[in-house]
Ligand binder design. Structure first.
Ligand code: ATP
Ligand code: MG
Length: 324
């Protein structure tokens, strides 16, 4: 099976990216042919600083490899280096209803933060469809926030195949076991996002910073510790982080009664589990920072592999559409 997933170079990766998507990518790469992309064309759909973009791309690659994405068995490449992504997005736009794009939660959330809404932000899921479909993807490991986009991609596949013949495979979404959507520590009504660094725990944060951030996480005034997503979003988020860091999916087995209901005591435990989980990633990242030539080689090899698949698929698509 072929798997594909992308991450935007919009900042350093956080624990939501890791528990929501990367951890699954790392697992899936062993039994499948995996293709992972740093999706820079997506990152420019919101406000950004051109001078910083290359640095952010490198940061994302480092985080990726530090998490265990293995370039020996997986393809890692930068989206904009393969021109077919933009080309296919352009073609897929012609079969995508604008109304479907306007209904997307991510579009609504992100356009609220912008002064003026650019068309690229609206087209985001169409470009995402191009990313996935260019590589005949079977499985897309992503976080729960991307479920709606994946359903739209499936809709695009049905429309395209109906109109032009069986060209695309129907990709399946792969969510983490406990559907971990990690929320913002400062405001647990929002998801943790790179583009909103307050309230993020980054994979490269030191143990001291992690302790400090978890200590300050917003909870509530109930002096007890239990999971109730709607009524106790802050507390439930901490429990979710604890569960993800320890890989104990069954909340009962986390022994939450052992803290006398004291949030500060429980937060220490959450921080400790997170520090333990992230320590090897942080170490590996520091090692990789010393090897810029190696990173270049990985990306060059990735570009070549991706280009081969993308060019072939594009020919097939153009033929079906009557463009050649
Ligand atoms: P941005 O704020 O720029 O959109 P982001 O943090 O949402 O950044 P993306 O690059 O958009 O990160 O997404 C990368 C992957 O991480 C996707 O698979 C997405 O579903 C997943 N993801 C992002 N945020 C979370 C979160 N808070 N919890 C779980 N998964 C997440
Ligand atoms: Mg996002």
């Amino acid at each position: 099976m072929r798997i594909f997933s992308g991450i935007q170079p919009t900042g350093k990766l956080h624990i939501g990216n890791y528990f929501g998507a990367i951890q699954n990518m790392v697992k899936l790469q062993r039994q499948n042919e995996a293709i992972f992309s740093i999706v820079d064309l997506h990152a420019i759909t919101v406000k950004y600083e051109p001078k910083e973009l290359q640095e952010k791309i490198k940061d994302t690659v480092l985080d990726f490899l530090a998490c265990g994405i293995d370039p020996e068995i997986s393809t890692v490449f930068i989206q904009s280096q393969i021109k077919e992504h933009a080309e296919l997005a352009n073609l897929l736009q012609t079969i995508t209803p604008v109304g479907n794009l306007q209904r997307m939660t991510q579009f609504k959330d992100k356009s609220q933060k912008e002064n003026s809404i650019n068309a690229g932000l609206l087209m985001y899921p169409v470009l995402q469809a191009a990313d996935i479909l260019l590589y005949d993807t079977d499985i897309v490991p992503v976080g729960e926030d991307q479920k709606q986009h994946l359903e739209l991609v499936q809709d695009i596949v049905r429309r395209f195949n109906n109109r032009f013949g069986e060209i695309f495979r129907l990709p399946k979404i792969n969510l983490p076991r406990n559907s971990a959507r990690i929320m913002n520590l400062a405001d647990p009504s929002k998801k943790m996002s790179k583009s909103d660094p307050t309230g993020c725990v980054f994979l490269s944060d030191s143990p001291e910073i992690i302790k400090e951030k978890i200590k300050k996480a917003v909870t509530d005034s109930l002096d007890s510790i239990y999971y109730e997503k709607e009524k106790r979003p802050g507390m439930s988020n901490l429990i979710n982080i604890h569960s993800s860091a320890t890989e104990i999916v069954d909340v009962k087995k986390l022994k939450l009664e052992g803290y006398n209901g004291q949030h500060s005591k429980y937060k220490e435990r959450v921080a400790q589990s997170l520090i333990k989980k992230l320590e090897p990633i942080r170490k590996r990242r520091q090692e990789l920072e010393q090897k810029p030539d190696y990173i270049e080689k990985v990306l060059e090899q990735g570009r070549e592999r991706a280009q081969k698949i993308a060019s072939q698929k594009m020919e097939e698509i153009k033929k079906a559409m009557g463009l050649v």
